[in-house]
Design a protein around this ligand. Structure first.
Ligand SMILES: Nc1ncnc2c1ncn2[C@@H]1O[C@H](COP(=O)(O)OS(=O)(=O)O)[C@@H](OP(=O)(O)O)[C@H]1O
Length: 250
């Protein structure tokens, strides 16, 4: 997610005082966890050996919600640090739907996909856009393999309203000096999001691409309310488990 793009690794490389180095964001094209860990050869190709003092990063959005992922990642390295960006699950579901809609304009409406039965108001929890937002359930699966101290939850909302603050938490979590600060960002009125004042290796400003920050369709407020009610108990559980109040109830 956006967090990796906003954490320019070469900034770390160019700081001689920083003991830790982020040599490359090895953002692989692997789509399944199996692809990454099943064969030695594939793993070597996708993720070359990390040298002393280096941090290797890899991101795959589906890890958090993949049942087999915690066991497999733990088998690879129990010391792995995990970073998950979470946002209000209702907005997340609409964002997910917006992304699918941009690729398949003929899909049914958000409202009709949300319910198994619209009359009874029964939510279709098997729809991935809904399922992914049940964060407490997914986290529970990870806690069988990793302690909470090894997992950082980044607030998607704060990443927009205070990117430097949220990235400060990421840098602390990774044991990096706080190099990315407010000075690196400006708010781009046209895009409606924070952007980097300078892109990596360039002196030009850089915003995230067109696929980040799309306009969402208007959703029937009653459906939104029904989803808010559905997620509330899971959100409360999630706040309790993480010890952080994400404020999705307003
Ligand atoms: N600085 C900045 N610029 C643009 N967008 C930002 C930024 N920070 C966070 N976001 C939010 O990132 C959301 C897209 O990230 P995704 O996780 O969906 O991306 S990914 O496809 O999974 O990589 C995207 O969601 P949508 O608004 O639904 O498009 C943004 O809200």
């Amino acid at each position: 997610m956006a967090v990796f793009m906003l954490l320019p690794h070469t900034t770390y490389l160019s700081d001689p005082e920083n003991p830790l180095r982020v040599p490359s964001l090895r953002h692989t094209t692997a789509t399944t966890v199996g692809e990454l860990v099943d064969t030695e050869r594939t793993l070597e190709e996708l993720m070359p050996k990390t040298l002393e003092g280096q941090i290797t990063m890899e991101k795959t959005p589906s890890y958090f919600v993949t049942r087999e992922a915690p066991a497999r990642i733990s088998a690879m390295s129990r010391d792995t640090k995990l970073i998950v960006v979470v946002r209000d699950p209702v907005t997340r579901a609409i964002s997910d739907y917006t992304q699918t809609l941009s690729k398949k304009p003929d899909i049914p409406s958000f409202e009709s996909l949300t319910f198994k039965n619209r009359t009874t108001g029964l939510i279709d929890t098997s729809w991935s856009a809904i399922q992914i937002g049940i964060y407490a359930k997914h986290l529970d699966n990870w806690l069988h393999y990793f302690p909470m101290e090894q997992i950082l939850f980044v607030s998607g909302e704060r990443l927009i309203s205070d990117p430097a603050g949220e990235l400060g938490r990421v840098q602390d979590f990774l044991g990096l000096k706080r190099i990315i600060t407010d000075k690196h960002f400006y708010f781009n009125q046209t895009k409606g999001f924070p952007c980097l004042k300078k892109a990596e290796g360039s002196s030009k400003p850089h915003c995230l691409g067109k696929t980040k920050g799309r306009t969402h369709p208007n959703i029937d407020p009653e459906v939104v309310q029904r989803l808010r009610d559905f997620y509330r108990p899971f959100n409360m559980k999630f706040y309790q488990m993480t010890g952080r109040f994400f404020g999705w109830e307003d």
